[in-house]
Design a binder for this molecule. Structure first.
Ligand code: F6P
Length: 323
């Protein structure tokens, strides 16, 4: 019987548990013996395996985070570290590994694949920067959390006639910020892909005030050269008149927590089953993601070193609608 292990790596994302559950149950259904690895690649280096049966992954489909734990492992990024990982897999007689995670984690998966170890990646990161998937597991939940925060902030902003700089996660990718801004009706959106100066933000706030708005919300991606705090500092230093009192809200890790949406649970479940299906067919070295609305496998060779391109037409859309 084939022994297959699954791990979650990098920043946790809502829906990872649903993916673990699907991998384990589909794997057992296919006749595999299933194992989990605690704490991502860091746990792999320590040989932190645990046997998983259908009951061990019960009651987790709705839970955020990851029951296996996650970590970022600098040691695994070295060639020596990866060889230790291979030794641990061999000791445990594991014949294939499923890696649930974002771009750094899939780079690691690619390195293992290059060492001839059978690996399947499952795309999961709130940043949505991973090549080979239109939507990674966790993005929809993070987006909805940011949107809810924005809706809440607007009510207090309008009541007090204030402007808010709302900082959204996403590392160096503007996807979450841009989609939050469009879906939430922001006055301006700043993303790392296209530089927005503090002067432009000040102008957008002042214009909104001139047009009679009682509030103004700017969504700022954390990866921008001018993040929310820098913009606020700039306004203070230059005594910018924006027509509103200013407040800063940094959403941060709040976006990664909580209950995964139906979309993320379904995407995670379908991806987990597809990962096992690849192994059943004797295939590996691929990333499971969503392409043209369908679950699809992309070779890890193509994924490594690439970034999911952000469609900048959406930035124009955000501008046009912020009148
Ligand atoms: O990659 C997911 C992410 O949440 C990014 O959006 C963010 O920049 C980073 O992880 C934060 O990392 P950490 O959880 O290690 O603070």
């Amino acid at each position: 019987m084939k022994r297959v292990a699954v791990l979650t790596s990098g920043g946790d994302a809502p829906g990872m548990n649903a993916a673990i559950r699907a991998v384990v149950r589909a794997g057992i259904g296919a006749g595999f013996e299933m194992f989990g690895v605690k704490r991502g690649y860091a746990g792999l280096l320590e040989g932190a395996f645990l046997r998983l049966d259908p009951r061990s992954v019960g009651g987790i489909i709705h839970a955020g985070g990851t029951m296996l734990g996650s970590a970022r492992s600098p040691e695994f990024e070295t060639s020596a570290g990866r060889h230790v990982a291979l030794t641990r897999l061999e000791e445990k007689k594991i014949e294939a590994l499923v890696v649930i995670g974002g771009s750094g984690s899939q780079r690691g998966a690619h390195e293992l694949a290059r060492l001839d170890f059978p690996v399947i990646g499952i795309a999961s990161t709130i940043d949505n920067d991973l090549y080979g998937t239109e939507m990674a597991i966790g993005v929809d939940t993070a987006l909805n959390i940011a949107l809810e925060a924005m809706d809440r902030l607007r009510t207090t902003a309008s009541s007090m006639e204030r402007a808010f700089l709302v900082e959204v996660m996403g590392r160096d990718c503007g996807y979450l910020a841009l989609m939050t801004g469009i879906a939430g009706g922001a006055e301006i959106v700043a993303i790392p892909e296209v530089e927005t100066t503090p002067e432009e933000i000040a102008r957008a706030f002042a214009d909104a005030n001139q047009r009679g708005k009682l509030h103004a919300l700017a969504i700022v991606a954390e990866g921008c050269r001018y993040n929310a705090q820098k913009i606020a500092n700039y306004f203070a230093e230059h005594e910018k008149r924006i027509g509103f009192e200013l407040r800063v809200t940094i959403l941060g890790h709040v976006q990664r927590g909580g209950v995964p949406t139906a979309f993320d649970r379904l995407l995670a479940t379908r991806s987990g089953v597809a990962a096992i299906d690849q192994l059943v067919q004797g295939k590996h070295g691929v990333l499971i993601g969503l392409r043209h609305g369908e679950i699809a496998a992309t070779p890890l060779d193509q994924v490594a070193g690439m970034k999911n391109p952000l469609d900048l037409q959406f930035l124009e859309l955000a501008r046009v609608l912020a009148q």
